[in-house]
Each structure stands twice: as C-alpha cells, then as structure tokens.
Ligand binder design. Structure first.
Ligand code: NAD
Length: 431
C-alpha cells in the first residue's frame, strides 16, 4: 500500500517507520524543509528508543522516504495520514485547527484514485466533517473518505506502542474506508483490539482517554498532599490502590504534575469543547487548575530550602517532561525552573533534552553535561524527571559534593533510607 504521512513529528515519524517496516511504501511529508533535509540525510530529528535502527533499515529497503512536496507525497497514495500539530490556540486555548485545515486544503488537489484521509492528530469532535468539506470544496472530483484514527502512543515508547497497541480505534462512516484501514492494520489482526466506531465517537475517545489519565495523575497528587499531612506514605497507598484491578497501578505515581505536548492542551481543549455544547466538565476543570498550581507549589518547595542562603545554587536533574524523550513541551521541569530563575543560579542536566531546553531558557540557566556538575557546590538539588540514570546516582558521593545537602526528590526515585544515610536533608512527594 502507498501511505503518505502529513506531518513528520513525534507521531508522524515513528508511525511512518512502523508502517514502512510492514512493507508499505511510506512517504513522510513536512513543510519544515530543515527537518526533511536532515531526515533525507539519515539524521533523526527527535529522540525515540530504537527508532534510528528501524529508520535506517526501512530507508535502506527503499520503503521510507521524505519530501516537502505535497504533490509528490500524496499523488497515488491509498491512505493519507494527517499527523500535524494541534497546539492550543494562542488566544482561545482551544485546539488550533489551522494546521489540519491547511493540510486538508493543500493535499486535496492531488487526490486522484480513491483515497482514505486518516486523521491521527488529536482534534475536536466534528473535525472529520470539516476536513471532508474542505477537500470537497477544493477538489469536487476527489473520491475519498475521511476517518478518525486517533493515536495513543507514549513518547519515549513510540515504537514499542506502535507494534504493541492496547487498541486501534477507527472512526469510519463508510464501509469502503473501513476495509482499507483494516488492510493497512492487517499485521495486527488477532493481536490487538480493533474497534470500529462512529467518527465522532472516535474523536471523542482520544480526548476522553487523555482527560481521564490526567485526572488520575492529579488525583494521586492530591492524595500525596493528604499523605504528607496525615503521616501516610503515598507509595504504599498507591501500591494498595493499584492492586485493585478496577484501578490498576499505572498513572498512580505522585510527582510534580503532568506535562507534555498532550495532557495540558487536551484537557483544556476538552473542557472548552464541552462548554460550547453547554456541558460543564467540572472534574476536568479542577484537574487543569490543580495541575497548574502544583508546579508553582513545587517551585516554592524548592526555594524554601535555600531561603536563608545568599546567592544559592540549585541543581536540577531532568528537563524533559518524562524520561525516554527529548520533548520539553509543557514539561513540569521547564515550568518549575521558570519560577526559580531570578532567585537562584540554576544548573540543569538532562541526558536528551538539553538542546530543547536551551531554546527556551537561553543563557538564563547553566546546562551541565554530567550529573556531578549538578551536585557540585549546590545548595539544593531537585529531581524533576525520572530518568533511570538518576536512580543509580551514588548518593554518598553526591552529598559530599554539595554546599548544603538538600535533596528534593519530586519523582520519588530514591529509597528514603538511602538518601538519609547519605546525610541528605531529603524531601520526596507524599510522605
Ligand atoms: P509535532 O509538532 O512533533 O509534529 C507536527 C509536524 O507537522 C511538524 O513537523 C510540522 O512542521 C508539520 N506540519 C504542520 N503543518 C503541516 C502541513 N500543512 N504540511 C506538512 N507538514 C506540516 O506534533 P506531534 O507531537 O507529532 O503531534 C501531532 C498530533 O498528534 C497532535 O494533534 C497531537 O496532539 C497528537 N498526538 C501526539 C502524541 C505525542 O505523544 N506527541 C500522542 C498522541 C497524539
């Protein structure tokens, strides 16, 4: 099958590599010419575990190619996947649909034979109808269907999730489109749940899922606040809760709040979408506000440990919004650091996300190229991303390098006793 992917970012690129590995002829399109040039030269434009190897193999097998030309990419495609961004609109904070609508208008003239336009971007309910209208208006002769094919991959595990999805949701209103998508996902037959629903249901499933996971995180964070006051321990509480199969262990890690390119924008978009329909989603609204406040509270917690120190140095471990990715979009670390700037000298280390953080903070903070430099002469060190490398830090050595031994483990990665044995004044979350 010939597959064109419009938008070669965190979703488009791993999807392209995955579909090419099944033997499809995949062409990834992006309007960012620097990105396409780098990919054509074999350089990945984002970090994902295992991606480089499969990328090299599929390119070498001539199953995967890259272009900035919509004409070259879309002409003759059986399926065109939309994977462009839907960031929050700068003013309304609703999903900004300009990239989707532009892509629909740009691709329409090149539709010749029957084509399925499959939307993987996270979009408000009814977007499929709007895309259909744009394409029909731009190219009245086009023979096509628009389906919703929401993406559930986790950054950091994008390839793993591509090959091992919990479910594939397809929102298709036509039998012909359903058959073509079934063929595209044939390699998953019998291996995962394939759910065919109405297009509007499919669009809603994505927002409903993300909002639910965000609420779960906010819930455990509020429970952590309760544990700190009551003398309980959130790790033990989460373990006990998670053993209930109706609840499960996932998304019960208390921390500095959720971030990333999806949860913050998708919860806001969901709440605003509901407002438009006259439905009050108070749970989601509470989650959004509580999560925003949490990052500020975490920064205050850190500053509190150095409040009587002149010209304090604060070390930061982690800049990415979670481990396994270089993505710093809406990262709690970024938000927390922005509250610290001006009150302390910040030295931060991240194994993958430094160059993205540098684009945000420039010279306002110092970037370390190793963990030791973060602890050296620091008055406090805060763990803001749960990278596995951080878990194996020699705590005794780290403590001996510091001026004041304040360790704020906002991801609960260290055993409490180890930190105290290393003579840290140690604070974690929820105990
Ligand atoms: P991204 O910003 O990494 O990539 C989007 C790409 O689209 C960019 O490279 C941009 O240049 C390109 N683009 C925009 N308009 C274009 C056009 N008209 N023609 C060609 N290229 C164009 O975004 P992402 O993180 O991959 O997210 C894409 C969508 O998938 C969003 O709606 C997001 O909410 C959703 N999603 C993301 C994730 C995730 O983990 N990142 C997970 C599930 C769903």
């Amino acid at each position: 099958m010939k597959v064109a992917i419009v938008g070669t970012g965190y979703v488009g690129l791993p999807t392209g590599v995955g579909l090419a590995s099944f033997g499809n002829d995949v062409i990834c399109i992006d309007k960012d010419s620097q990105k396409i040039e780098a990919l054509q030269k074999g350089c990945l434009t984002l970090y994902e575990d295992g991606l480089q190897k499969l990328f090299n193999e599929t390119v070498q097998a001539q199953k995967l190619s890259f272009t900035t030309s919509m004409k070259e990419g879309v002409s003759g495609a059986d399926v065109v996947i939309l994977a462009v961004g839907t960031p929050p609109h700068p003013e309304t904070k609703e999903a900004d649909m300009r990239y989707i609508y532009a892509a629909a208008e740009e691709l329409a003239p090149f539709l010749k034979n029957y084509t399925v336009i499959a939307n993987k971007s996270t979009v408000p309910v009814g977007t499929g109808d709007a895309v259909e209208e744009i394409i029909t208006k731009t190219n009245p002769q086009a023979d096509f269907d628009v389906v919703s094919l929401p993406e559930f991959l986790r950054e950091g595990y994008a390839l793993y999730d591509f090959f091992n999805p919990d479910r594939i949701v397809v929102g298709a209103n036509s039998k012909r489109a359903k058959e073509l998508i079934t063929k595209l996902y044939e390699p998953f037959e019998g291996k995962t749940n394939m759910l065919f629903v109405k297009r509007k249901s499919s669009e809603t499933i994505k927002y409903a899922s993300n909002a639910f996971l965000a609420m779960k995180i906010h819930y455990i964070n509020e429970m952590a606040n309760f544990c700190e006051k009551s003398g309980a321990d959130i790790n033990e509480v989460a373990q006990g809760m998670g053993l209930d199969k109706r609840i499960g262990h996932k998304f019960l890690n208390a921390g500095p709040g959720y971030g990333g390119s999806c949860f913050p924008k998708d919860t806001t978009a969901m709440a605003l979408m509901a407002d438009k329909f006259g439905v009050d989603m108070s749970l989601i609204k509470c989650t959004i506000e509580g999560n925003k406040a949490r990052k500020k509270q975490m920064a205050e917690r850190i500053l509190n440990t150095v409040k009587n120190i002149e010209n304090p140095k604060i070390g930061v471990l982690g800049l990415a919004f979670k481990n396994g990715t270089d993505d710093t979009r809406e990262s709690p670390a970024i938000e927390i650091i922005s509250h610290l700037i001006g009150s302390a000298h910040i030295v931060a280390y991240d194994p993958k996300a430094t160059s993205n953080a540098r684009k945000i903070f420039g010279s306002q903070i110092e970037y370390a190229d190793n963990i030791d430099s973060v602890f050296q002469d620091a008055d406090a060190v805060a763990v803001l991303t749960e990278w596995p490398d951080f878990k194996t830090i020699d705590l005794k050595k780290a403590a001996s390098q510091m001026r004041h031994k304040n360790l704020l483990d906002l991801r609960n990665i260290f055993p409490k006793d180890d930190a105290r044995l290393a003579s840290f004044s140690y604070q974690n979350i929820g105990s």
